[in-house]
Design a protein around this ligand. Structure first.
Ligand SMILES: [Zn+2]
Length: 188
């Protein structure tokens, strides 16, 4: 359905803000709250006239960007840790997730208790704390900074949006993710 088609919403300063649908974009345009960017050559009938179908709109006012907290997932933990085992520093292909304080000992499944670990380190540490196992962490784990563009890394990005989202295509994490495929499925 054409009114459900995605439209990129830019902030007043042209920074990408979010994605809405054509219906919502047309409403914003109609209320004079935004302007269309670019041309699509496709037209829609509104109640009174014909308007060009928007693919990008820019708001006439600044919106404070919502902070998207990083989702706690295996991949995001590996990204945060630079794809290195936090005990020995190796860039193992088969990284695992380690609970610093083991869950069996009351350790939580939270950013500050989860690190990337290679299999030998994870097995060596077993159900012990790093101190008990005589192992040291490279860095104290914590929640990474929010990613304001997280939403643009999942889902489809239209070619027309590329000029405003140049880093989405150039994201080096995409390559890393490829190299980790199979690993994510294999581990526990
Ligand atoms: Zn290791």
């Amino acid at each position: 359905m054409i009114t459900r088609a995605p439209v990129l919403v830019l902030n007043q300063n042209y920074q990408p803000l979010n994605i809405c649908n054509v219906r919502r974009a047309v409403a914003l345009l109609g209320k004079g709250k935004a302007e269309p960017i670019g041309e699509t050559g496709e037209f829609l009938h509104s109640a009174t006239d014909l308007i060009e179908k928007p693919v990008i709109i820019r708001l006439y006012y600044m919106v404070k960007r919502p902070l998207h907290r990083r989702k706690l997932s295996r991949r995001e933990v590996f990204v945060r840790d630079g794809f290195r085992c936090q005990y020995c520093g190796s860039r193992a292909r088969d990284l695992t997730i380690d609970h610093v304080v083991p869950r069996s000992r009351g350790g939580q499944h939270t950013w500050d208790n989860i690190v990337s670990a290679c299999k030998p380190c994870n097995h060596g540490k077993a159900g012990r704390t790093p101190r008990e196992a005589g192992m040291a962490l490279f860095t104290a784990p914590k929640e990474p900074r929010p990613n304001p563009y997280a939403m643009f890394h999942s889902g489809r990005v239209l070619d027309e949006w590329r000029p405003f989202l140049p880093w989405v295509q150039a994201d080096p994490l995409d390559e890393r993710e490829d190299s980790l495929q199979g690993t994510a499925a294999a581990g526990g």
